[in-house]
Design a protein around this ligand. Structure first.
Ligand SMILES: [Ca+2]
Length: 177
């Protein structure tokens, strides 16, 4: 970049280069982002609170390569304090409310507004998520038809695409990618 050819901006240029090359940062290619932390956030208003009894993330569009090296469950709020493992224990729970085998988000406006509730994982290694399977509630006020997939780039959460779900169990590839 010509910006880097003038001596006056050498320091700024070096800082920029260091930032771009910092380990753990997301890949520069926004169409194929890589990160250890991924989450889904509601795109539509939630009448009560969002219930998710199982969340699975896959690195391929065929939804066959499941990322199972889960180091941490990431969430906006945990309503009923059920064990965090319930969202990745292999049991497709689609019950709602304060069922002990499901995650429930916040049932107040800040959590009900679009992007107000989210659930995700920190994986052991950087990956790219292209497919998500969830088992969410069946009550009309406790599931969402549309969600946004986001990854953490080291500074902010960035949206990469949309997911389309039905009540209960459903799988969606990320669009567009
Ligand atoms: Ca489960």
């Amino acid at each position: 970049m010509s910006f880097c050819n003038t001596s006056k901006s050498l320091f700024a240029c070096a800082m920029l280069a260091a930032l771009l090359l910092a380990p753990g940062m997301a890949a520069a290619n926004e169409a194929n982002p890589t990160s250890q932390s991924w989450r889904i956030a509601n795109d539509t208003f939630i009448g009560d609170h969002w219930n998710i009894g199982e969340l699975e993330m896959y690195s391929d569009a065929a939804c066959s390569q499941r990322e199972s090296d889960i180091r941490q469950v990431l969430y906006s709020y945990w309503y009923d304090h059920s064990p965090q493992e319930v969202v990745h224990d292999g049991v497709c729970n689609t019950q709602g409310h304060a069922n002990p085998s499901t995650w429930a988000g916040l049932d107040q406006r800040v959590g009900q507004m679009p992007r107000g509730s989210w659930l995700g994982f920190a994986f052991g290694e950087p990956t790219t998520i292209r497919c998500v399977r969830i088992c969410q509630g069946r009550d009309a006020t406790q599931w969402v038809p549309s969600a946004t997939l986001q990854y953490y780039d080291g500074r902010d959460w960035r949206s990469v695409g949309q997911l389309t779900f039905s009540a209960g169990e459903s799988t969606s590839i990320v669009a567009p990618y």
